[in-house]
Design a protein around this ligand. Structure first.
Ligand code: 5AD
Ligand code: SF4
Length: 445
């Protein structure tokens, strides 16, 4: 290989979502092949890559602060190369190189194959940026190097990009259009993980259930790829995220119901409970349509847990719209939610066409109401589990108390229980005895 190095070390720091975590594992693999070994110790590294998120301004602020704090390291070791990769690299491009912060190279999410070359040039003060987005890059042939892995669960990226154009969202601009990965390469990666001892894979993509692969005259859609992975072995659990409500088909729900090892949890971002706001967000569904999908999930998979994302204070949101979000939450009884204040992102449809007119203090007040309602719903959902027996896949010792093991049930709830003679990667039946705000606590039976 042309840009091969001898025994250099790379340190990778990852921010943002599961896609970024999975991308860092692809980057590690590409850099390994070029002669870099991964280190967990930044001060012994020759190359630092920061994999970044752009979803909200505070995600980017975190990166700016991190780059400031890297100034001292760069001063001590001027040969150290520092690169910004990922969504913020894609969004800000040259601006990152032109800042007075230590940034030597910039690479967007579709240009990771060129990282060895970019680093080579950056070391010589030459061409050090690649933010070209691709229509077909899926990194299908690259076997990820599992970083920070518990050896039990792993992500498999099955599609990249997003065509939905939600008006608030920066993702289509930083991650490009949707493209799906060859199903054979997905199944192969899952089989390899299983044979290495992994017992859970999460199929991920910005819009995972719009997965679509066409090969001659055969078509593979999301329910089929999910089923193929589930059929590898009954001991391999399969999860997926994130789903868009518009693509949540009955076929998918029936496939989930048919296989015990497809986990009974759906992350289904609703964003708002007001049809008027959903239209402005360009979400392509109404409040009633979302409620119908939830009712269908519960009819086909009664034990399924449902989590969501909610944005408070989107453009023009009135008190009445906000009440509709609260009432939808109350009706849906979400098991879990990620909740945010609307944050205008430059270049998005909302930034161009709508006024960010909900005052900051109102956004905060509404967000707090949403959070306190969800706290109540999450507690209720956990309380309802007390007395039930769940099959738990053991992921390791509990972070809080070393005498306890930690794992999750099919519904994606974290369960801890006294260790005994159990290894990670094993399945155990646990009787739930109590719950805290984040965890279920029980004993093995
Ligand atoms: N402001 C606030 N929240 C946002 N999200 C996406 N874009 C924005 C934004 N501009 C939230 C959505 C999405 C989650 C990943 O982040 O709820 O589902
Ligand atoms: Fe952040 Fe979205 Fe990029 Fe994930 S895809 S890192 S959430 S901007």
């Amino acid at each position: 290989m042309k840009f091969q190095v001898k025994e250099k070390k790379i340190y990778i720091e990852t921010y943002g979502c599961q896609m970024n975590i999975a991308d860092s594992e692809i980057v590690a693999s590409i850099m390994n092949a070029a002669g870099y070994s991964v280190t967990g110790n930044i001060s012994e590294s020759d190359l630092v890559l920061i994999n970044t998120c752009s979803i909200r301004e505070n995600a980017e602020q975190k990166i700016w602060n991190r780059l400031k704090s890297l100034k001292a390291l760069k001063k001590r070791n001027p040969d150290l190369m520092i690169g910004v990769i990922g969504c913020m690299a894609e969004r800000l491009k040259e601006t990152l190189l032109e800042s007075n912060l230590p940034v030597d190279l910039v690479a967007g999410p579709d240009s990771y194959r060129t990282l060895p070359e970019l680093t080579f040039h950056a070391e010589r003060g030459q061409n050090r940026i690649n933010t070209i987005l691709s229509e077909d890059e899926t990194y299908a042939d690259i076997e990820p190097v599992r970083l920070d892995s518990n050896g039990v669960s792993a992500f498999i990226t099955i599609m990249r990009g997003c065509n939905n154009m939600c008006s608030y969202c920066v993702v289509p601009f930083v991650r490009g259009i949707e493209r799906s990965r060859d199903p054979e390469s997905i199944v192969k990666e899952a089989e390899q993980l299983f044979s290495k001892g992994y017992r859970e894979v999460t199929l991920i993509g910005q819009n995972v259930n719009s997965y679509y692969w066409e090969d001659g005259n055969s078509v593979v859609k999301f329910p089929q790829i999910l089923e193929r992975v589930a059929l590898i072995n009954p001991l391999l659990r399969v999860r997926f995220s994130t789903s868009h409500p518009k693509d949540l088909s009955d076929e998918l729900l029936n496939t989930m119901a048919a296989h015990k090892n497809i986990c009974k949890h759906i992350h289904l971002p609703v964003q708002s409970g007001s049809t008027r706001i959903l239209k402005l967000m360009n979400r392509q569904y109404t409040r009633d349509w979302y409620m119908e999908r939830l009712a269908t999930i519960r009819r086909i998979i009664p034990e399924c847990s449902i989590s969501t994302d909610i944005i408070a204070g989107f453009c023009t949101e009135t008190e009445e719209d906000h009440r509709e979000t609260l009432s939808l939450m109350e009706w849906a009884e979400f098991d879990f939610a990620y909740m945010f204040k609307y944050n205008e992102r430059p270049g998005t449809r909302a930034a161009r066409n709508l006024k960010d007119d909900v005052p900051e203090e109102i956004k905060l007040k509404r967000l707090n109401e949403i959070i306190s309602l969800q706290n109540r719903l999450s507690a209720k959902s956990k309380k309802a589990d007390i007395g039930k027996i769940y099959e738990i896949l053991v992921e390791g010792t509990s972070k809080r108390s070393p005498e306890y093991l930690s794992g999750r049930n099919s519904q994606n709830k974290v369960v801890v229980f006294p260790s005994g003679n159990i290894q990670k990667g094993e399945y155990v039946n646990v009787l739930i005895e109590k719950s805290t705000s984040a965890t279920l606590i029980g004993k093995v039976i």
